[in-house]
Design a protein around this ligand. Structure first.
Ligand code: NAP
Length: 305
């Protein structure tokens, strides 16, 4: 006989009453467990490509998922599409053009007021080819959207990320990584789209490793989701692809919530390494160069925080 039954019997409850009370206790603990498991997740750039597919998988797991994009009506459309397909009503939209740092700050300020915690942040929004080369502040669009915006967004949201449960930050890097020319990051030198894209992705990787080292409450992974996945970015840049977008979305999903990766921190996952799924690997040598990381981080902190 269960301990609770012995306890209840000593109070002269009938067998039916005991079963009802036990049922209520079981249901209550189930609900408690469910709410503890539901994570608050933000996926930037989730109106298309691998971000949208990853957000859909996370929504199907009943997490509270924030869909972010630059176009309000596209965000609204994707939120309702994900709600319908996943059957999850806890899907919300966030709008901010990441090429404009003022809107990044506005979005982080409104989230700081609205949310209590963030458990997972996937910094996925990114650009390669763009209609204009520089943003209104004179910064290369690739540096602005792929590195400076996620840097500012994440650093401002640290109070919410600190409240998260086993917080994870997943930063979208790339196989394309190249030594950063600081004058180009500052908008003083014009690079080709290929060069500034690769430099922005190395910058994001260097910052990821630094964040993992300096913020001990969270786990940070930089990931190359796979090269030439079937998305708009790749269609516009190359006109052909090597792998499905699902390959990239699946690794984002796993790095974000799978127990298999819960202890990984300050590392680079290369999804090009395997047929179906990649492995942790070496990023560009500069990502392990303390002097270069210091130079980059002091510039970013002085300039943007
Ligand atoms: N595809 C690949 O082979 C590959 C390889 C390595 C790394 N990556 C990285 O993976 C990430 C996702 O890429 P993807 O291939 O899925 O590209 P995608 O299909 O073009 O999706 C990019 C997402 O970012 C959003 N976005 C673009 N510019 C933005 C801005 N200024 N402000 C806010 N949101 C913006 C897009 O919004 P809209 O819906 O409005 O366009 C879209 O939601 C990127 O960081 C990319 O560099 C991709």
């Amino acid at each position: 006989m269960k301990l609770t039954s012995i306890l209840f019997l000593s109070f002269n409850y009938s067998k039916n009453e005991i079963e009802t009370i036990q049922g209520c206790v079981w249901f209550y603990s189930l609900i408690k467990r469910f709410f503890k498991m539901r994570k608050t997740i933000i996926v930037t750039g989730s109106t298309d490509g691998i971000g949208k597919l990853a957000a859909m998988r996370l929504a199907k797991d009943e997490h509270e998922v924030y869909i972010h994009g630059r176009n309000a009506s596209k965000v609204e459309k994707v939120v309702s599409e994900i709600k319908i397909e996943s059957g999850n009503n806890h899907i919300y939209g966030l709008v901010a053009d990441f090429s404009n740092l003022n809107t990044v700050e506005d979005l982080s300020n409104s989230l700081l007021k609205k949310l209590k915690k963030i458990d997972v942040l996937i910094n996925n929004a990114g650009v390669f080819k763009t209609p204009v080369h520089f943003n209104s502040d004179g910064l290369d669009m690739r540096f602005a959207v792929n590195f400076i915006a996620p840097f500012v967004f994440t650093e401002r949201l640290l109070p919410l990320l600190r409240n998260g449960n086993q917080t994870r930050i997943i930063n979208l890097s790339s196989a394309a990584q190249a030594t950063i020319l600081m004058e180009a990051l500052k908008g003083k030198v014009r690079l080709t789209e290929n060069d500034s894209y690769a430099q922005s992705k190395l910058a994001l990787t260097m910052w990821s490793f630094n964040l993992a080292k300096t913020q001990n409450f969270c786990h940070v992974i930089a990931v190359n989701p796979g090269s030439l996945l079937n998305t708009n970015m790749v269609k516009e840049a190359y006109g052909h692809h090597w792998s499905s977008a699902d390959k990239g979305a699946n690794i984002l999903y796993e790095l974000a919530v799978s127990d298999a990766y819960k202890n990984r921190n300050g590392e680079y996952f290369d999804n090009d390494k395997g047929e179906v799924k990649g492995e942790f690997s070496q990023a560009h040598p500069d990502a392990y160069n303390a002097l270069k990381i210091d130079e980059l981080m002091s510039y970013m902190h002085n300039q943007y925080l």
